[in-house]
Design a protein around this ligand. Sequence first.
Ligand code: COA
Length: 376
Amino acid sequence: MPQTHHPVISSTGLFTPKDSISNAELVASYNSYVELHNRQHAAEIVRGEILELQPSSVEFIEKASGIKARHVMAKEPVLDPGIMAPRWQERGNDELSMMAEIGVKAARRALERAGRSPGDVDAVLCAASNMERAYPAMAIEIQQALGIDGFAFDMNVACSSATFGIQTAADYVRSGNARSVLVVSPEITSGHLNWRDRDSHFIFGDVATAVLVEDSSIAPDQHWDILGTKLKTVFSNNIRNNFGFLNRADPDKANNPDKLFIQEGRKVFKEVVPLVASMILAEADRLDIDPAGLRRLWLHQANAGMNRLIAQRVLGHEADDDESPTVLDTYGNTSSAGSIIAFHLHSDDLVAGDVGLICSFGAGYSAGTVFVRKVA
Ligand code: COA
């Protein structure tokens, strides 16, 4: 009889940078920059040559997004009105790179929680929205730092990278090509956020998560059955970042704002909510799961209002924080890591048999669903 393989989530890991920036600190820094800029360019503003910059506000940020604070790898330079970007010494080729360093921390925690040693792992996927370099793959550096034999590669599906990584890992397990796969999402979003853009300066935070996807035959007693995964992409320019190795072909434009994160936030909100809600409902139907009976939704953490609407459409009623926990209030949008942080921090209290949904969505557009059932 052919052997069958069933993928499960054995454990997760989280690394949170110690520095955190409150909205009040962020707005104070942004508004100092605005004052300085407007003073320095007063004559051009009067002549109508450049636009006067408008101040940001804590009230707007909290009301529009639900974000109250975010963690970052380097707080001081980000808040310095003369810099407003992360700053640290470039690392040599023989030193662990920044993404690998935090990815390894999250991965080690996932391995510890599963009682697994690196030698048991067959593959590492580094699934994140921006890679620190073109090559060699971040994933291979993480693999090497952990001492894992096997294979590793990077994948980037922006905010949906982690769920796309989980499905890829689950497919390796199902096919028998791997029994234990680490999906690592180090998100140093402070490097690709334009801290001088009023529309988006409050959005992102830094973090790293890891998910250990394994064959049920080797999983620890406490794990999560993967009931089904579904991925979807629909091309859109509404969230975009044009940074890349061809920027040097047109040096005059190499430092334009579109070489960092830009978005049409309102359009994203309106277009992505129905796309994701209908995708979740169709997938629940395919898996014969009653959406109203879902014990918990671990949704992508970009905007509290989006999550409220999606949860309401899926569950059929307004979700409370127990049914749809929020982490974006203290983490901000951490791109692909958001739904995994929510799952990591808010899943221990569920009991055997409880069914929940990990769901991410974002640039591409891209969206991924992972329905899970707690075992033991
Ligand atoms: N402080 C104060 N006012 C601000 C501001 C700030 N930092 N940024 C924008 N505003 C103003 C705008 O200028 C606009 O003013 P106007 O009405 O006079 O033109 C007003 O606030 C509304 O701006 P808008 O951009 O339409 O706000 P919004 O309610 O759509 O909220 C987002 C903005 C980004 C929070 C919201 O659209 C969002 O989260 N969308 C989803 C994004 C998403 O999920 N992206 C995925 C990323 S991976």
